[in-house]
Each structure stands twice: as structure tokens, then as C-alpha cells.
Design a protein around this ligand. Structure first.
Ligand SMILES: [Zn+2]
Length: 486
């Protein structure tokens, strides 16, 4: 099967960097791109007419919680725990999380993949499906939804506990507890890496820097070197964690990762903003600080702006990390899981952080969402449109109300494009969205099921909130209900 795409613009790769090819063609044979140029004279079985569109590498979301994130929508907006510096971690999210029934994760996982595909995202680094759904079911859904997914099992030897209202600390369960989880995570990698025609990329997921002890981090590093798989961890993600790391080790989260050796080119850090010098921390950097440590290690920071914007916070700044030499990806973490929206937020927060129009440029942000993500998962064949690359592609219409007038489609992707402009998505050479329609699931049925499922979760919040609070107390409605007599 040979597929051809005729595009008004192709965001191609010349072997060194992205280039914009006008009125070009992309030829795909099987799951590989075989030709990128102005014309093609060979036999083509099916042409996709993208005469008013930009043909982009599919986006790579470097941090996603597919099985659980949908519950956040319209719940964690406008709320947070002041005593946790506005974060919802350890409080609202805990009550929400505990209110989910095991069967709810299934519809959420499918919904998340549908949301991401519709935003032109072809690969996600997903944290949570395998532990919540079970490995076989996670594999089945990845197969059905047609997405490329980095997946793994959690490893940790600590958990968060509190002995007073807001004294959150780590309770340790012993190294053996963590090593047993590491054995299970290793077995997952060995069994599932390369499954679903190579669309399942297995990884190790140490949970968070403050719940994985130093000895366990060292053991994970050794295992990752042996398995040669990506590793993802939450680190430098909230003020309480940063302060607890200083209290426990007299090291920042990033310094501690460097000390244990877990920091390396295969490590993806969500969310990596809590570094010395950040205004929320009041903790000055030593020398060139954590950015230098991150850059020298080759690790990736997943910049996931929306979840932090909602808490009045931001990374300081996308461009400064890049200038320091840190590889950046872009992820979603919370709802809506929309890579176009996350790219826009990443650009704007960077500009706000630097007080500069030259910060967070469209090229930087698009590059992070494609090549940055590909580097994060060690895949040179992804995130680019070039002969020999794997055919993960997003096609976005530039002649829509959102995007006209368009003279620079990269700026339009970052500044104005929305999910309804994404006309076609190919993963591994196969169409999963055709003319705007999801081919892998019934969208209307999915929407209805997610509404019913999540309503039931909100109703269960009082049973699971540590003070027994109702969902309307934890997350007040924007306007008070009004029920007139007639
Ligand atoms: Zn996360």
C-alpha cells in the first residue's frame, strides 16, 4: 500500500533541522516515509489531498495520565490547596482519585487517546494505564485506538502520608518493597516492549522523586541501562516536594537525581519547573544551578504548562531551558488533553516568564512537541518528516476560520489552530483520523459514557475526602444553582 499526501506546506526535515516545503508531497509505503519532495512519479494507491493544509510530524506528548486525567475536567479548575502552595496534589486530587471505581479507568483511557489523537498527537508517554487496567487490557486498548504509547509500571518504596493537617511527608516501606515493584516493572518491559506492531514502547516509571529512595533510584538506573528503555519520573513538580527534598537530603530534586545516577539521557522528568531561582521557591541557585545539571545529563524535561497555569504557576521559562541546553518535550498531565492547546500555553507562559515576545517562539515549541519528544524516548525515526522516518503524521487545515490568513503555518499551529482543524492523523502509516472523523471509536457514544461515568465519581467524593466534604464544597460551582418554582 502506497499513500501519498499532497500538502500546501510540509514541515519536512533536511537531515539537520526542520524546513518548510511549499506545495510538496510525502510518500508513505507501509509504515515508513519513503519520499519527501516537490513531485512523485511512482505508483500511488491513495492520495490525501491536503491542498490547504500543513503536514506536520505527529506530536509527541511526553507526560500523560490517560486513565485518570479526564476526571479533572471542570473539577480542579479555580481550586487548589492554599497550604500546599495552590497545588491539588495530596488533597483534591487524592479525594477525586479515591472516588474512581476500577471499571471507570477503561472509558477514561479510551477517551484520553481519542482527545489526544484529535489534537494531532500520535505518541504519548502514558503513566497509569498498565497499573490501573492491567497490562493485557492496556495493550488491547492501545491496539484498538491506533496510537503509539510509551507505557510502564510504577516503582516506588515510599508513599505520601500526613500526621497533621498539612504536614505531608514520605512514609518509607523498605527497599525490598521497591525492588519487588522493580521486578514486576522489568517483567512488563521484557514482555510488552515492541508489542502491537511496535506501537507499545515499554518503560520504567519510578513514581516521584520523593517516593523513590536513593538506593532504589540506583537500582532503577542499573536496570534501565540493562533494558535500554525510557524512564519517566515526577520531579521538581511542586513546592512541598522541593522543600521535603531539601529537608530529607539537603539536595534539590534535580541534584538528588544526579547524585543517585538516575538522571541520564533516557530520563523524562515531569514537570521539572521547581528548580532554584524559581520565584515560588525562594531558594537561590548555586552557580549555574539545576539547568546546568539537567543539560549536562541529556535528560528531558516535560513542560506541561496547563496544569500549572491553573494553579497560578509556570515554568521559568521554555526558552531559558533550551538556551541552557536542556531537551524539552511537551505534555498534558491534566484535561483537556490537547497538544495544540498545551503548545499555545507553553509559548505564552515562556513569553510571560521572560517579559519578551522573543521567548517561546513557535519554532521552539513545535520543535519540542516533535523532535524534543522523539529524543526523549530515544527514537530518531519519530518527530520528523524525512525519508526513512516512521509515518506518524498530523495534517491540519490552514484555511479555516481559526487559521486564515496564514503565511506561517508553524505560527498558526502554535497560536490559532484547534482540534477541529486537524483533518487527518496517521500513526505507523495507518489513518486513524480521516477528514476529521475518528476511525477508531464512536465519538458520540464515547462522550456520553464519559459524562455518566464522571458524574458518578463526583457523587462519591464525600466518602473519600479526608474531611468528608461534598464535591460542591471541594470544587464550588461557578454560579449557585437556581431552581425557580415555575
Ligand atoms: Zn503526572
Amino acid at each position: 500500500m502506497v499513500t501519498g499526501i499532497k500538502g500546501k506546506w510540509i514541515i519536512a526535515h533536511d537531515g539537520e533541522k526542520p524546513r518548510l516545503l511549499r506545495d510538496g508531497v510525502v510518500i508513505i509505503q507501509g509504515n515508513k516515509i519513503t519520499h519527501v519532495g516537490k513531485n512523485y512519479n511512482g505508483k500511488v494507491d491513495k492520495w490525501i489531498d491536503a491542498g490547504t493544509h500543513v503536514v506536520s510530524p505527529g506530536f509527541i506528548a511526553t507526560h500523560v495520565h490517560a486513565a485518570t486525567a479526564p476526571k479533572d475536567k471542570s473539577f480542579i479548575d479555580d481550586v487548589g490547596a492554599r497550604h500546599f502552595y495552590m497545588s491539588s496534589l495530596g488533597e483534591n486530587l487524592t479525594a477525586l482519585g479515591k472516588s474512581i471505581k476500577p471499571e471507570d479507568f477503561h472509558i477514561f483511557a479510551k477517551y484520553s487517546m481519542a482527545e489526544l489523537l484529535k489534537s494531532g498527537c500520535t505518541t504519548m508517554v502514558e503513566i497509569g494505564m498498565a497499573p490501573t487496567l492491567g497490562a493485557e487490557t492496556a495493550k488491547k486498548y492501545i491496539d484498538e485506538m491506533g496510537m503509539r504509547v510509551v507505557e510502564g509500571l510504577y516503582v516506588e518504596d515510599g508513599s505520601w502520608a500526613r500526621d497533621q493537617k498539612a504536614n505531608l511527608f514520605t512514609e518509607w516501606h523498605g527497599l525490598d518493597h521497591g525492588l519487588k515493584m522493580l521486578d514486576e516493572a522489568e517483567a512488563f518491559v521484557k514482555k510488552y516492549d515492541g508489542a502491537v506492531d511496535g506501537r507499545l514502547i515499554a518503560a520504567l516509571y519510578p513514581s516521584t522523586v520523593d517516593k523513590v529512595s536513593g538506593p532504589l533510584q540506583k537500582a532503577i538506573r542499573e536496570k534501565a541501562n540493562e533494558l535500554k528503555c525510557p524512564v519517566s519520573i515526577h520531579a521538581a513538580q511542586w513546592v512541598v516536594e522541593f522543600q521535603n527534598m531539601i529537608r530529607m537530603y539537603a539536595k534539590t530534586p534535580i541534584q538528588f537525581l544526579a547524585e543517585t545516577g538516575l538522571l541520564g539521557p533516557d530520563l523524562i522528568i515531569g514537570h521539572g519547573w521547581a528548580i532554584p531561582g524559581h520565584p515560588l521557591l525562594g531558594y537561590p541557585p548555586e552557580g549555574e544551578g539545576d539547568l546546568k545539571i539537567l543539560a549536562e545529563s541529556g535528560a528531558t524535561v516535560s513542560h506541561d504548562p496547563l496544569v500549572f497555569i491553573k494553579r497560578g504557576n509556570k515554568m521559568h521559562s521554555h526558552s531559558k531551558y533550551m538556551e541552557a541546553g536542556v531537551n524539552l518535550g511537551i505534555g498534558c498531565d491534566t484535561s483537556p488533553q490537547d497538544m495544540l492547546n498545551e503548545m499555545r500555553m507553553a509559548s505564552y507562559t515562556s513569553k510571560l516568564a521572560d517579559w519578551s515576545c522573543f521567548s517561546g517562539t513557535a519554532a521552539e515549541i513545535h520543535g519540542s512537541a516533535t523532535l524534543g519528544g522523539a529524543q526523549a524516548i530515544g527514537r530518531k525515526d519519530l518527530g520528523r518528516i524525512a525519508p526513512g522516518a516512521t509515518a506518524d503524521i498530523a495534517i491540519i487545515n490552514m484555511e479555516t476560520l481559526n487559521n486564515v490568513p496564514c503565511r506561517d503555518p508553524v505560527k498558526a499551529i502554535v497560536n490559532s489552530a484547534s482540534r477541529e482543524d486537524v483533518s487527518h492523523v496517521l500513526v505507523d502509516g495507518k489513518l486513524v483520523i480521516d477528514d476529521g472523523e475518528l476511525l477508531v471509536i464512536d465519538e458520540a457514544e464515547l462522550v456520553s459514557q464519559v459524562q455518566k461515568t464522571t458524574q458518578a465519581i463526583w457523587d462519591r467524593i464525600p466518602e473519600n475526602h479526608y474531611l468528608g466534604q461534598h464535591s460542591d464544597v471541594v470544587s464550588p460551582q461557578s454560579y449557585l444553582p437556581w431552581e425557580p418554582d415555575q
